[in-house]
Design a binder for this molecule. Structure first.
Ligand code: GAR
Length: 216
């Protein structure tokens, strides 16, 4: 079983989806720690509910970004983990940490990258009257939301979608696709070739890079 760390900053609904998938053996792995940079994140309560160890590393306590990253690296090093999932983790990580865990750290982002890196992705999709919106799961590099893409989930934006409805539909896609991708990573059916920067997929895998359409 692979040892997984999930990093969060807020509500943690994706964390809970991952926990449930681990508990029902839909993910061949176990969450050994949840790390939050926000001491008030609701995700901490969710982790507690399932008795998962929690580490809070409050970024406000560090005046420099690198100091926060160094503490994080030290903590992760001691855990000796296989996979780090950024699931609603809202801090930018620097070169040091992203290089060290290149190929082991993935991020969930609520847009069809390369569209809308950064914040307010749903608002941008609505304001631009986009036909589609979606989510991306990618390996993390120091460049924000720009690492090698693993999988994307896509939905048609409906006429009745306001911000709240769109976010709820996007969450559904995330809760479905993220645990599936994590499981394939745990089984080594997906991995990153760190020299070519290419994401490799086992032949038998249906889950590949072309966006998967969700009809929710
Ligand atoms: C998710 O929608 C995730 O895609 C997004 O934050 C939300 C966290 O929800 N992540 C980012 O915007 C990262 N750039 P959750 O806390 O309920 O899992």
């Amino acid at each position: 079983m692979k040892k997984i760390v999930v990093m969060i900053s807020g509500s943690g609904s994706n964390l809970e989806a991952i926990i449930k998938a681990c508990n029902s053996r839909k993910i061949y792995g176990e969450i050994v720690f949840v790390i939050s940079n926000n001491p008030d994140a609701y995700g901490i309560e969710r982790a507690k509910k399932y008795s998962i160890p929690i580490k809070i590393i409050d970024h406000n306590k560090y005046s420099k970004r690198d100091d926060f990253d160094d503490v994080l690296v030290k903590f992760l090093d001691d855990l000796d983990i296989d996979l780090i999932i950024l699931a609603g983790f809202m801090r930018i990580l620097g070169e040091n940490i992203t290089q060290k865990f290149y190929g082991k750290m993935i991020n969930l982002h609520p847009s069809l990258l390369p569209l809308y890196p950064g914040l307010n992705t749903h608002t941008q999709a609505l304001n631009n009257k986009d036909k589609y919106h979606g989510i991306s799961i990618h390996f993390v590099t120091a460049k924000l939301d720009a690492g090698p893409l693993i999988a994307q989930g896509k939905i048609l934006i409906k006429a009745e979608d306001d911000l709240e409805k769109l976010i709820a539909r996007i969450h559904k896609v995330e809760h479905d696709l993220l645990p599936k991708v994590i499981n394939e990573l745990c089984l080594n059916n997906i991995y990153l070739n760190c020299e070519t920067h290419k994401v490799m997929y086992s032949d038998k895998l249906e889950l590949k890079m072309s966006p998967i359409y969700f009809n929710n």
